[in-house]
Ligand binder design. Structure first.
Ligand SMILES: Nc1nc2c(c(=O)[nH]1)N[C@H]1C(S)=C(S)[C@@H](COP(=O)(O)O)O[C@H]1N2
Ligand SMILES: [Mo]
Length: 425
């Protein structure tokens, strides 16, 4: 091999090899195979060989996968074929490789439900706003909502567990929950009415500390899927009660008739099929902020009644728009991917062929509207072989993807650079 060898060859020190061997061993690789890959193609080849080892998502047979797709069809209204189905079809992972543009078309937009998708009838639907911190509790119907001033927000939606499989695939640590690789995220254009206008109409008082959003899906472990957000985020002008996605009426799988859009916050706060909003002068503790969407681990001391740290904001991430693993021909390519941060526009995306020793800068598309993710791309002309490509994003506030993140039991907020396995023939 040529170019690749040149940047990963003999000058690499023994420490890197030792570190990689550590990782390879955790992944169940034997020393012989490791040495063979190493002498064949250097560290990238050894790393690629590790990534090829069956992780949880890879171990499944074709039969199991098609079973998932069959039950997936029963859970959803949309065509499930463009997705990777997980958990007996309860989750539809987006394939970033199907995406070229900045906005994710609705038919490719990932879906995450704790129940089957609801088919809400508008005639029977209403939204109630209540709680001890509003002076005018009220109910609104669909027409009432559509009559209020609206706002458009472009924002990505990123599941707290997106990239969860990487805790295992990259760090050798197993986690509970849907083994999303990089497609538990999508980017949409949302239209809705600011939540704060509705809360203001209901006479929100100065005592309000938090707002609980409750969905109508009663199959969830609690009566309705719930999320509690602090009053400051609820009153932010970009936090919406959204009724449109990508120029269309909000689809049933995404929460028709009304869902919350909480830009930059973990997916679970964006409650679908909204039915009730409770405004409270005291903290509310519920499943989703005590056990469920909580970072549990040595580095995350418990807060309040939660078992660890409650997830709220997402973290800076990037991913390549390629199948996992990717098979490419040995010819010039222009690879692309997406990067996003809750703390501001993406300033830079870099890519590395040698597990992060040398980084090259990718080109970014602009403008990055509001909370949109950024599309990046770069040219790559590989020789045949096995590779991994890592990408690393930095935002304008100076945040960058960290080299390593502490483990948490439920596998939330993974944002180390992902070594994407690629075979070139
Ligand atoms: N009512 C309700 N809202 C929900 C959920 C749910 O199961 N029920 N799942 C949440 C989670 S965990 C995520 S990641 C997002 C996914 O939104 P999407 O399915 O529109 O992509 O919806 C959130 N809102
Ligand atoms: Mo999620």
């Amino acid at each position: 091999m040529t170019a690749l060898r040149a940047c990963t060859g003999p000058e690499r020190d023994a420490e890197d090899v030792a570190r990689l061997w550590q990782f390879a061993r955790q992944r169940g690789m034997d020393r012989e195979r490791f040495e063979a890959a190493l002498s064949d193609g250097g560290l990238p080849a050894a790393l690629a060989a590790c990534m090829d080892l069956a992780g949880p998502a890879e171990q499944r047979t074709d039969e199991e996968v098609s079973d998932d797709m069959r039950s997936a069809a029963e859970n959803w209204f949309k065509d499930t074929s463009p997705f990777v189905a997980h958990d007996n079809g309860r989750c539809l992972e987006a394939r970033l490789e199907h995406m070229q543009g900045v906005i994710t078309p609705t038919n490719l937009f990932f879906v995450r439900n704790n129940s089957v998708s609801l088919d809400v009838e508008l005639d029977n639907w209403q939204l109630s706003i209540e709680g001890d911190a509003v002076t005018e509790p009220m109910t609104l119907n669909y027409t009432d909502i559509l009559t209020l001033p609206s706002r458009t927000v472009v924002a990505y939606l990123d599941c707290a567990g997106n990239q969860r499989a990487m805790f295992d695939l990259v760090n050798g640590e197993s986690t509970e929950g849907t083994q999303w690789r990089t497609g538990g995220v999508s980017n949409g254009e949302w239209v809705g009415t600011p939540l704060r206008d509705v809360l203001t109409m209901a006479g929100i008082s100065d005592e309000a500390v938090c707002v609980m959003l409750v969905g109508l899906d009663t199959e969830s472990p609690e009566e309705g899927f719930r999320s509690v957000i602090p009053v400051e985020k609820a009153m932010h002008p970009d936090t919406l009660l959204a009724y449109a996605l990508n120029g269309e009426v909000l689809p049933r799988d995404h929460g028709f008739p009304l869902r919350a859009l909480v830009p930059g916050w973990v997916g679970s706060t964006n409650v679908k099929w909204l039915g009730r909003i409770e405004v409270s002068s005291k903290p509310i503790w519920t499943r989703n902020n005590t056990t469920s969407y909580v970072l549990i681990g040595d580095e995350y001391p418990p807060e309040g009644e939660a078992q660890g740290q409650i997830t709220h904001c997402q973290v800076i991430k990037s991913a390549l728009a390629l199948p996992w693993p990717a098979d490419l021909r040995a010819e010039p390519h222009r690879l692309h991917g997406y990067a996003h941060s809750p703390d501001g526009p993406i300033a830079k995306v870099e890519w590395s062929l040698d597990s992060g020793t040398k980084w090259h800068e990718a080109t970014l598309h602009s403008p990055q509207v509001q909370y949109s993710w950024a599309r990046f791309e770069f040219a790559w002309d590989p020789a045949p072989g096995s590779y991994t490509i890592m990408t690393r994003a930095t935002d304008e506030a100076g945040n960058s993807q960290p080299e390593a993140i502490p483990f948490n039991e439920k596998g939330y907020l993974f944002n180390q650079p992902v070594p994407h396995p690629i075979r070139v023939t």
